[in-house]
Design a protein around this ligand. Structure first.
Ligand SMILES: [Zn+2]
Length: 212
């Protein structure tokens, strides 16, 4: 087997043009309006061959925006597992089905499942090395996390955007508009805290607890 580097110019051109034609053919066969594309092919990433059916400017723009997007998201997979360290002891927690809700320059905000419940987090630093913060606002009674994933996504956005919580808001959302929570959607009518269900802020502390 040879590599792309071993091919002559005419062979290389023939191969690239055949691949380009097959992209257009497949798109047509599947009923897709003729897409523009830039195809990169390599054995050695330092000398990738490319072919495109658009202008040079359009291709550069598409490649640049794609690499930017990949770089922004690669440390928090949209739907994947994240392992983070929380707390002063650096307890490791495994977050399943993590979804990036939004981000700002300092933090990424995500929702994921921990032991069956949806929890909200802030990851700080470009690679999360600035620490992970669990949003305690997502709770039911004394149990951290929610059973309703959509509510968890909206509440995580609301906490990130709550000026009192000091997370700095969300500059770039990664969820559709109907899942972008606002602080006022979750503000307690009694104590005005985001995420309070109006019960715990009214509970007397300790003494009057009833139980077996
Ligand atoms: Zn309250």
């Amino acid at each position: 087997m040879k590599t792309l580097r071993d091919m002559t110019e005419p062979e290389l051109r023939e191969l690239m043009e055949a691949m380009a034609r097959s992209i257009e053919k497949m798109a047509f066969a599947m009923g897709v309006e003729k897409p523009q594309f830039a195809l990169l092919v390599w054995n050695d990433p330092q000398i990738a061959q490319y072919i495109s059916n658009c202008t040079r400017e359009t291709m550069i723009q598409a490649l640049r925006e794609t690499t930017d997007r990949i770089e922004r998201n690669q440390d928090v997979p949209r739907e994947g597992s994240v392992t983070g360290a929380t707390g002063p002891d650096g307890d490791r927690i495994e977050i399943e089905d993590a979804l990036l809700v939004g981000e700002n320059e300092l933090s990424k905000f995500l929702v994921g499942r921990v032991e069956g419940r949806w929890m909200g987090f802030a990851l700080q630093g470009p690679k999360g090395q600035g620490g992970m913060f669990v949003f305690t606002e997502l709770h039911e009674g004394t149990q951290l996390g929610l059973l309703d994933r959509e509510r968890a996504i909206r509440l995580t956005g609301a906490v990130a955007c709550d000026p009192e919580a000091m997370y700095g808001g969300i500059d770039r959302w990664h969820v559709p508009a109907e899942l972008r929570g606002r602080p006022d959607d979750f503000r307690c009518v009694l104590c005005s805290q985001v995420g309070c269900d109006g019960v715990e802020c009214q509970e007397p502390t300790g003494q009057e607890e009833v139980g077996p």
